[in-house]
Design a protein around this ligand. Structure first.
Ligand code: KIV
Ligand code: ZN
Length: 515
């Protein structure tokens, strides 16, 4: 059995299924590149049949990624498999992941199919997927609540049909580690051709056990774990990649397999990128990537760590990227240094014009902020990318008056489809006044679901990164904006969300939606 644990990241697919976490094509490519830098083995980029936008996003990721395998999800239906095959055509290494539910409740109530029909459809889909790639994964959805006997029959048939990875999902997060581990062991023992496939697990976190269940499966022979950055995913989310990876790396004495092929110093960057793009903040006490994960507040702990860090630290903060946020540049840094540092961060420009534009932003920022960190540079480039996307509304200027005892007032100047517009509005605070001024021009009819501010670095001159989540007719989008002035960052984020909501049709959920 392989001593390598394959890491299958599904942030771009299952992660995107969390309400409000939808990502644009460019955002998906940015996250995929960060995952590739971490040397994640497989990146599930989306569900190509869900919408033209999803198809294009999977296609764009397939074109951009060279070192990781790119995967597309397909229900066990011809049309889904064809669409996935088409979207992945240009991938260096492509995988099709096809699935059908096998639990009694899903077969009866959702699919309205007999078990034998389900088995036949699974086999047909796997065979069809093999026309596009040798790398086919099959998942019996809701395996965690399926009958063992039937599960064994379906999995054996899928392997015979050509599936080389068998993924066992605990779709509704119902399992308990000991039992889930035993399930993996039983499947591997009972299925005659089990040695022809890599066993994988995909655990949801409804009982807070996704990581524990996944690790129990690894101890029982699973050699692929499906997981997401920050544990993003449907409902309570999926197993968190950073926790799985660091558990296996830290407890080499326990796990019979390794993740040494991964560059774990990229973890924190990926976490921040995903959090910024989706607007899902990371709680301070979150393992590995939370702000307090390596902070030692109490006197006793600090004393111990200073004498010998291993008294209270089981991992090194720098191994997951905590010290990577170096102060790199300032006002006097030149264009070449700027380009070189961004290249080191994995960010390259398509043209000199793009580089010059980003460098102009850097100089503006350096005038306001003396020390520029890696995270500031990332935010600058994100801003440049945001503006490049579907920008029919642009912010020209914002003036805000806020005074003790007075009602805050904002005056906004925007260009909408090449026409300049101005409006003034009062509000409960400067941000509220700014949003009302924008709305008095666009009258979008959107509902504000979330407004959040994160400081990108520390200090009062830090850039604030604002996320705004808007909803209209069931469609939810996130907008981002960054600036040293958080009111301006807020207006940028609001306008970014408006630009997205006008241009993005909704896409279907592979497990519940009709496509
Ligand atoms: O949770 C689940 O069962 C899934 C499948 C599509 C693998 O996401
Ligand atoms: Zn899932």
């Amino acid at each position: 059995m392989s001593d390598k644990l394959f890491i299958f990241d599904t942030t771009l697919r299952d992660g995107e299924q969390s309400p409000g976490a939808s990502m644009t094509k460019d955002e998906k490519v940015r996250i995929a590149k960060a995952l590739e830098r971490m040397r994640v083995d497989i990146i599930e980029a989306g569900f190509p049949i869900a919408s033209p936008g999803d198809f294009e996003a999977v296609q764009a990721v397939a074109r951009a990624i060279k070192d990781s395998t790119v995967c597309g999800l397909a229900r066990a239906l011809d049309k889904d498999v064809e669409r996935a095959g088409e979207a992945l055509k240009e991938a260096n290494s492509a995988r099709i992941h096809t699935f059908i539910a096998t639990s009694p409740i899903h077969m009866k109530m959702k699919l309205r199919m007999e078990p034998d029909q389900v088995l036949a459809q699974a086999v047909k889909a796997v065979k069809k997927a093999r026309h596009y790639t040798d790398n086919v994964e099959f998942s019996p959805e809701d395996a965690g609540r399926s009958e063992l006997e039937f599960l064994c029959r379906v999995v054996e048939a899928a392997i015979t049909a050509g599936a080389r990875t068998i993924n066992i999902p605990d779709t509704v997060g119902y399992n308990i580690p000991e039992y889930f581990g035993r399930l993996i062991q039983q499947l591997r023992e009972r299925i005659p051709n089990a040695d022809k496939a890599v066993f994988s697990v995909h655990c949801h976190n409804d009982l807070g056990l996704a990581v524990s269940n996944s690790l129990a499966a690894v101890l029982n022979g699973a050699r692929q774990v499906e997981c997401t950055i920050n544990g993003l995913g449907e409902r309570a989310g999926n197993a968190a990649l950073e926790e799985i990876v660091m558990a296996v790396k830290t407890r080499k004495d326990v796990f019979p397999c390794s993740v040494d092929h991964l560059d774990t110093t990229q973890i924190l960057h990926c976490s921040r990128l995903v959090s910024g793009i989706t607007g899902f903040p990371v709680q301070p006490n979150k393992a590995i990537v939370g702000a307090n994960a390596f902070a030692h507040e109490s006197g006793i702990h600090q004393d111990g760590v200073l004498k010998n860090r291993e008294t209270y630290e089981i991992m090194r903060a720098e191994d997951v990227g905590w010290s990577a946020n170096r102060m790199v540049m300032g006002k006097h840094s030149g264009r070449n240094a700027f380009r070189t540092r961004l290249k080191e961060l994995g960010i390259e420009f398509n043209s000199e014009a793009q580089l010059n534009e980003a460098f102009g932003r850097f100089k503006d920022l350096a005038d306001k902020k003396h020390e520029i960190y890696d995270d500031d540079l990332q935010a600058l480039v994100t801003e440049a990318n945001l503006e490049a996307e579907n920008e029919h509304i642009q912010l020209v200027a914002l003036r805000v008056c806020s005074e003790t005892g007075e009602t805050p007032r904002a005056r906004i100047n925007m260009v909408i489809d090449n026409q300049e517009k101005t409006a003034t509005a009062d509000g409960g605070g400067p941000v509220d006044a700014s949003f009302k001024a924008i709305e008095s021009i666009v009258a979008s009819g959107c509902q504000l679901l979330l407004y959040s501010v994160n400081n990108i670095t520390t200090g009062t001159d830090a850039q604030g990164e604002v996320t705004v989540r808007l909803e209209k007719a069931g469609r939810i989008v996130n907008g981002q904006g960054a600036d040293t002035d958080i009111v301006i960052a807020s207006a940028k984020a609001y306008i970014n969300a408006l630009n997205k909501i006008g241009s993005r049709p909704p896409s279907a959920n592979p497990q519940t939606g009709d496509v």
